[in-house]
Design a protein around this ligand. Structure first.
Ligand code: FE2
Length: 284
């Protein structure tokens, strides 16, 4: 079957049909779709862990295990893959079951946030568990000139601490961090409008999950500015809802989009995904 790339009907993402992700020659069109659309959904059927790792490595160096990642959520034999899953084995959870249920960009709170994320769907619930993506390049383009000028050269603070404390207060069953680990969840500042290092196009780089405030503004003014910007980010025309099928491999560009994993009934259904994360550069 020939490889075909097309824009999805319902949103901004690209869809790839007929790709064999283990073939080197199929990577160039997938990568071009990734740059063109920001989110690329490869409808490709099952992908073995080793093949997913090899495919993900073509985007850049893989993230190693982070100090805050518990060993038990890594795929046995393949520590490059984190299990996003509510499956249990011998009564024990084997993955992170409540990951990413809020608008965020992966590791935006690091000096060098994730370049992209590669997720492969192994088992999905019949209802729920969709992933929403918001294109912050379209959001930036839609801003009035006065607003673009207002954010020019401004930076925003990002931290994981905000989200971590919120989910733990809500009773998450994640393994808790030590007080020292929590203290080390520092704030990082990035430009609000960043330039995509490969396309050269400008995009917003903020998200409600991890962005706390705008540098140099008082609390009220900062909150008002972020609220205004999020209204552009979350316009329906800037959002793509990915309804997963088993065998989908979705790659998203964390430099350009934010995402939000919708919940599903974890008592009734299983959702099991394999995730690889790729190192990025410092935003500018
Ligand atoms: Fe995420």
């Amino acid at each position: 079957m020939n490889l075909k790339v097309r824009k999805v009907a319902s949103g901004f993402a690209g869809e790839v049909i007929g790709a064999d992700l283990s073939r080197e020659e199929d990577f160039a069109p997938v990568y071009q779709a990734f740059l063109d659309y920001g989110v690329v959904a490869v409808r490709g059927g099952p992908l073995a862990p080793a093949a997913q790792i090899a495919f993900a490595k073509r985007f850049g160096p893989l993230m190693g295990r982070r100090p805050s990642t518990p060993d038990k959520v890594l795929m046995p034999g393949y520590p490059e893959i984190i299990l996003l899953s509510n499956r249990r084995e011998k009564g024990q959870k084997i993955g992170i079951s409540d990951a990413g249920r809020y608008w965020h960009s992966d590791l935006c709170f690091e000096e060098k946030p994730n370049l992209c994320t590669v997720v492969h769907a192994v088992e999905i619930p019949p209802v729920g568990g969709d992933t929403l993506f918001a294109d912050l390049e379209m959001a930036y383009t839609a801003l009035p000139e006065a607003l673009k000028l207002r954010i020019e050269g401004k930076r925003a603070a990002h931290t994981f601490k905000k989200h971590y404390l919120e989910v733990m207060a809500e009773g998450s069953d994640r393994p808790p961090l030590t007080p020292e680990q929590i203290e080390n969840l520092a704030e990082t500042y990035h430009p609000i409008a960043r330039t995509h290092p490969e396309t050269g196009r400008k995009t917003l780089f903020i998200n409600p999950g991890h962005t706390t405030h705008v540098e140099g503004l008082d609390g009220e003014e900062s909150a008002e500015l972020l609220k205004t910007l999020y209204e552009y980010c979350l316009r329906p025309a800037h959002i793509y809802r990915h309804v997963w099928s088993v065998g989908d491999t979705v790659v998203w560009d964390n430099r350009r989009v934010m995402h939000n994993a919708e919940p599903y009934d974890m008592g009734l259904y299983t959702r099991h995904m394999h995730r690889c994360s790729i190192h990025g550069d410092a935003p500018f």
